[in-house]
Design a protein around this ligand. Structure first.
Ligand code: ADP
Ligand code: ZN
Ligand code: ZN
Length: 811
């Protein structure tokens, strides 16, 4: 027998290995096996197919070992991977790379590290496992080759895999924080005192150390109420010191057990709070969506900001888990998951788990397993949560479905997670609900074509109106250089005086997006990219927002030698500074990529704001999305022009969505909020729609544009990038490629052209954009040609070093 195996690499196709007879009993599709690639590379690959015929053209090498006792992925997942590889024109290996947690991937390059806090119990290890764990204790980390030497055999994956499962070692990942298993101290009464009589005797004998007695009583109380006593909880509750506890341990009254903390374990008592009663409007929406699910697998819930979509999602999820099925709740960004999990945990307690790429590898493996076993019923997560091994998924919610972050840009697979979720739901027979206050044009079009079910919830839960919009014309200001107009400043002051909160939105971080020599006009650029450098004042440096490179602040012009730099435009850092100067008594915080790192910092800031310890939150799009604050009365869009000046066919859509979404943070409870938009292009058509919160008219306007220029949803776009250190070579390759395309397809190509940013990380970029008709055959033909020519270029003597990147349905 032979097996087609997916290796987590960008190989052009899957290869086949022979299944040795002694293994043939144990192997199943979806299991991991160890295979050799080339002469010395070893990988843990996943069996995709098992066949009887030997490949005609070559002699397959044997599989070296089987890692799993049962499949780690289901057939449906493998089908999804295959579809993604075909549709997004990448390899199944790349999809696998993105889809499974790193601890389930092992390769020759892997380094294995000791889990410092793990408990090694020799009794529970086989001899080989013991040898490795001993070596790990001495050396802390081992490479695959070292392990092979230690055991004097080549096939060591199964042993490593067992050690990972037993929590003794993990795969070193430079990208993530080093993982350590968490332990907690759980306290027990010494068995001797389990009998009432002995316990009573103990208490009566107690003459000295009343504090220890008090501690013991607290312990007994906790044990009775909680079932088990955590050291931390006991000390907190009793106010006793660790020394006092130690005394009880030393006397042999209390025994400490080190127990592995199950990171997913949550206080189940938190959950089960009844779901909010749906308002009559919400109930109508819920009923309608549920009914339309009978005829449509995809439904769009179009509910204005603050209409309470989350409540409806929660009710839909409740229904799914009542039927003993699983539900997936997708959010576009990790940043949003923290607030949402706090909201949803109230209802669902321990039935819900978060999953996203910022979790450490072991946490991810734990969730992986619990989703597979069905123990976790609800998953809240970003894109990658789609790849979990759901046992019986019946509902997918794609919240903020319009959000561009659903598209993965780099690396491959460059997939649109919303679209992929639609495909997957159909495949599984699950239902999918897309939700947004500002649906993407494509989604709304599909709803209008009756391809998707649709419900419009047009009232806020609070029954308050949407916020009142005021446009401040920056052209008419007496002080043109002021970033915050007097009107906006006054409104901020009045709002804060009224004990309400403010959000100020600006989509650029840093202090000044560029600096310029006033004498000659020279602008400092990144050495590796065609990008002007942003000034970060507090950090005192210039930084490239494309490659992350930083430079010292320049004072002398490299072109003319003068020292006359001027700062241009402004980012969040400068707004924060100017505001603090203008209104020194208010409490300001900033939320952008420079200021919040990691999921915790972000959430801490949100919680501070929720607790009203901050008056004004200044931020980038991080503050615009999906968050629910009840006390925000005023939103300021500081520089709306910057949202309108993009050379991109989606510019109107993005600008409308961004302004409507950030406006939607105002006045979510009770009073009507207000939004102040600072803007110079006051005649821009999008502004009219924003002013009236008029999505439907905006859609009409925009769909006509799309039709006129044959942009999606009336066509499909594919972008092909050619990247090379030499500009000319990249351009030539793009032209060569274009000329070799079928004349019919050639006609639909825009380019080759240089994108606005035409060099990133020292590589010049040329782009071809193909606009194909919506007929599926057309797409297939185009893709086939593309694959063919990509292959030709990859072996072309002159162009083979040109990097080609294909992006299907680009953002
Ligand atoms: P959306 O996501 O549609 O913008 P949310 O789901 O965040 O709106 O709801 C807005 C606010 O209204 C939230 O604070 C939410 O708790 C509250 N809310 C919505 N529906 C209900 C309900 N049925 N009962 C109580 N509070 C609700
Ligand atoms: Zn100069
Ligand atoms: Zn750069």
């Amino acid at each position: 027998m032979y097996a087609e195996i997916i290796i987590p690499l960008a190989l052009p196709k899957n290869y086949t290995w022979a299944i040795p007879t002694e293994m043939s009993e144990g192997v199943m599709i979806g299991m991991r096996v160890e295979v050799m690639l080339g002469s010395n590379k070893r990988y843990a690959g996943i069996i995709k197919r098992i066949v009887n015929e030997k490949p005609a053209s070559f002699n397959p090498k044997p599989i070296l070992g089987v890692l799993d006792d049962e499949p780690i992925v289901f057939q449906a997942q493998l089908d999804l991977w295959e579809w993604m590889a075909n549709y997004y024109m990448c390899t199944e290996g790349e999809v696998m790379q993105a889809a499974i947690p790193s601890h389930l991937k092992i390769s020759s390059e892997s380094v294995f590290i000791l889990n410092e806090e793990s408990h090694i119990d020799g009794q529970q290890l086989t001899d080989t496992e013991y040898i490795i764990s001993e070596a790990l204790q001495i050396k802390k980390q081992l490479s695959l080759v070292e392990i092979q030497k230690l055991l004097d055999k080549k096939s060591v994956y199964p042993v490593i895999n067992k050690l990972i499962q037993k929590g003794i070692c993990s795969v070193l990942e430079t990208m993530h924080d080093k993982y350590t298993i968490k332990f907690e101290n759980v306290l027990h009464l010494h068995p001797h005192y389990k009998s009432e009589a002995e316990l009573e005797k103990l208490m009566n004998d107690w003459s000295r150390a009343p504090k220890q007695l008090a501690l013991l009583l607290s312990f007994l109380h906790l044990q009775k109420t909680e079932g088990h006593v955590q050291q931390k909880a006991l000390l907190e509750k009793s106010g006793a010191s660790s020394a006092q506890l130690k005394a009880l341990v030393d006397k042999g009254i209390i025994v400490i057990e080190k127990r592995k903390v199950d990171r997913l374990a949550v206080d189940l008592s938190l959950g089960n709070r009844n779901l909010h009663q749906l308002s009559p409007q919400q109930q109508l929406a819920f009923n309608s969506i549920t009914e339309q699910m009978n005829t449509h697998s995809v439904n769009l819930l179009h509910g204005i900001t603050g209409s309470g979509k989350t409540q409806i999602y929660a009710a839909l999820i409740e229904k799914a888990i009542q039927a003993n099925q699983q539900a997936l709740y997708m959010l576009p960004e990790i940043a949003l998951t923290a607030q949402m999990i706090r909201r949803l945990k109230q209802y669902f307690g321990g039935k819900i788990a978060i999953y996203h790429s910022k979790f450490n590898p072991n946490e991810r493996v734990e969730i992986w397993n619990k989703v597979k076993s069905g123990e976790v019923k609800i998953v809240l997560g970003a894109r990658s949560a789609l790849f979990l091994p759901y046992k019986n998924l019946s509902l997918i919610i794609v919240d903020e479905e319009h959000d561009p972050s659903y598209k993965q840009q780099d690396p491959a697979p460059r997939y649109q997670a919303r679209d992929t979720a639609i495909y997957y739901a159909n495949k599984l027979g699950a239902k999918i609900v897309l939700g947004s206050a500002t649906p993407s044009i494509e989604t709304f079009y599909n709803a209008m074509q009756n391809k998707f079910g649709y419900y419009h919830l047009n009232e806020r839960f609070s029954e308050g109106a949407l916020p009142k919009m005021t446009i401040v014309d920056t052209k008419k200001q007496s002080d043109q250089s002021a970033i915050l107009t007097p009107y906006l400043l006054e409104a901020i002051q009045a709002t804060v005086a009224n004990n309400k909160q403010v959000i100020l939105f600006q989509n650029k971080r840093g202090y000044a997006p560029y600096i310029i020599c006033e004498t000659c006009g020279w602008i400092p650029h990144c050495k590796q990219c065609d990008v002007s450098l942003t000034l970060h004042k507090a950090k005192h440096l210039l930084s490239c927002h494309y490659c992350g490179a930083t430079y010292p602040v320049v004072h002398t012009c490299e072109a003319c030698g003068k020292q006359s730099f001027k700062q241009k435009s402004f980012g969040t850092e400068q707004i924060e500074e100017k505001l603090a100067k203008a209104l020194p008594h208010i409490r300001i915080a900033r939320m952008d990529l420079d200021n919040v790192k990691g999921k915790n910092e972000h959430d801490q800031l949100i919680q501070l704001f929720e607790q009203k310890q901050i008056d004004v939150l200044v931020g980038t799009q991080m503050v615009a999305k999906g968050l629910d604050f009840e006390n925000v009365d005023l939103v300021g869009i500081v520089d709306a022009d910057s949202l309108l000046n993009f050379n991109q066919y989606r510019v109107n859509e993005r600008a409308f969505q961004m302004m409507e979404q950030v406006s939607g943070r105002a006045g979510r409870k009770n009073d009507q909020g207000r939004v102040i938009v600072q803007l110079s292009q006051t005649n821009h058509p999008v502004i009219e729609f924003v002013k009236d919160h008029d999505y439907l008219s905006f859609y009409q306007f925009e769909i006509n544009n799309r039709k006129h220029f044959a942009y999606p949803p009336f066509s499909r776009l594919m972008s092909i990038l050619f990247k090379h250190k030499e500009n000319q070579l990249a351009e030539e390759a793009a032209n060569h490629f274009l000329k070799s395309l079928d004349p019919l397809i050639q006609k639909t190509v825009i380019g080759p052209a240089q994108p606005i940013i035409n060099r990133i990380r020292n590589k010049y970029i040329w782009e071809l954009c193909i606009k194909i008709s919506k007929q599926p055959q057309q797409l297939q033909i185009a893709k086939k040609q593309l694959l063919h020519f990509i292959h030709l270029i990859s072996v072309h003597p002159r162009y083979k070093s040109v990097q080609i990147i294909i992006d299907i349905d680009p953002n």
